[in-house]
Design a protein around this ligand. Structure first.
Ligand code: PLP
Length: 381
């Protein structure tokens, strides 16, 4: 690892952040032990005694992720939700959280349910209204501003630097859900974020076979220590095998994200203005209201996620999804294969997502095949 700083991020990632000079393994070993031995003087032979606290299989992927995000430290969790809820559980009763109405729905619903129960205040704001954020931040009371950009599933863009400045002025930390851009496209800490969140289930692993979460912190401060305590005592740790698979998946992160972004842009450009669609929501299109901000804070692409609004409402949207032959009807995102989802069906009647919206997670297939599949499904309706 000592020489690692000499190489560019994609190069360091291709090697998985792995140091082959210690044991000689070209790929990382899997270390499944739950308990670690002590010497005759009762000192641990290596750091870490029990795998609910830590596991050696985490060390390299955590260091790689902290490195890619430009953070001080990273922590892996049993899922994205375990990581996000650990941040919230590190707050004190009476603290307030500000979060957008449009964001990953599972977390939004959990915040609505959990905050009241634990004496935390929750202030939801509309990301499409530039004045809304200022209205919800309460200086001295708001302790966490949680944002997601581009935000699921409408891909509204938030200005990370502006949010960081507003959070700082109110005495709050800024946490950014950066699952969709990944550190390949956006490094929120460079724009002033305190904590970066990833559902590592998505692009970081990228192969649809691991549920995992990760946090990266700008500073290894007391708050980070509290989050670590939540992970250890709440047992929100990742299994070693999952950590090992995640590290393997991360090795191809840069080429996967670049290819998915290029494919998504090609699809968005092809279908913008299509007679069977009322909108193509993608931050990479110049017509997208968040394009200028996205262009400023995203480098090398706009990600693999986009949504289509289908003319004719929910029924037509579901008919288009039903007609797809290559793109798989399934939840989740960030894998090598393209997926489609009718979010309103998944989120239920209280969902703020338009019923005519289909969310696409674009994979690394040939773009011509993806376009042909969407064209035939749209043409058949
Ligand atoms: C999937 C997802 C989450 C939740 O992560 P899990 O790994 O499913 O627990 C949070 N935010 C975003 C943007 C996601 O896509």
């Amino acid at each position: 690892m000592s020489e690692n700083g000499r190489w560019r991020p994609a190069t360091r990632t291709a090697h998985g952040g792995h140091d082959s000079s210690t044991h000689g393994d070209v790929v990382p070993p899997l270390r499944p032990a739950t308990s670690f031995a002590r010497d005759a003087a009762y000192k641990l032979i290596a750091p870490g005694s029990y795998s609910r606290d830590d596991n050696p299989t985490y060390t390299e992927p955590e260091a790689l992720l902290a490195d890619l995000e430009g953070g001080a430290a990273a922590m892996l969790f049993a899922s994205g939700m375990a990581a996000a809820t650990a941040v919230v559980m590190a707050l004190q009763p009476g603290d307030r959280i500000a979060a957008p109405t449009i964001m990953y729905w599972g977390l939004r619903d959990w915040l609505i349910e959990f905050c009241g129960q634990w004496g935390l205040g929750l202030d939801l704001f509309d990301v499409t209204d530039p004045a809304a954020l200022g209205g919800v931040l309460q200086p001295g009371k708001t302790k966490l501003l949680w944002i997601e950009t581009p935000a699921n599933p409408t891909w509204d863009v938030m200005d990370i630097a502006a949010c960081a400045a507003a959070a700082k002025a109110a005495g709050a930390r800024l946490a950014v859900d950066s699952t969709v851009p990944t550190p390949v496209l956006t490094r929120p800490i460079e724009h002033g974020a305190d904590i970066v969140f990833h559902s590592a289930t998505k692009y970081l692993n990228g192969h649809g076979d691991v549920v995992a979460g990760a946090l990266v912190t700008a500073q290894a401060d007391d708050f980070w220590g509290k989050i670590r305590s939540v992970r250890t005592h709440g047992g929100a740790v990742l299994g070693p095998f999952e950590a090992w698979l995640l590290q393997r998946g991360m090795r191809t992160l840069f080429i996967r994200v670049a290819r998915a972004s290029a494919n998504a842009l090609a699809i968005a450009r092809h279908f913008e203005g299509h007679p069977k669609l009322t909108a193509v929501l993608y931050a990479g299109l110049e017509s997208h209201p968040g394009h200028a901000i996205a262009a400023r804070q995203m480098r090398g692409g706009f990600g693999g996620m986009l949504s289509l609004r289908v003319a004719g409402g929910a029924e037509q949207a579901l008919a288009v999804a039903a007609g797809l032959r290559l793109i798989v009807r399934a939840t989740s995102l960030g894998g090598v294969e393209s997926l489609v989802e009718h979010r309103a069906s998944i989120e239920g009647p209280d969902s703020p997502v338009p019923p005519d919206l289909l969310r696409l997670s674009i994979g690394i297939e040939e773009p011509e095949d993806l376009i042909a599949d969407l064209e035939q499904a749209l043409g058949a309706t």
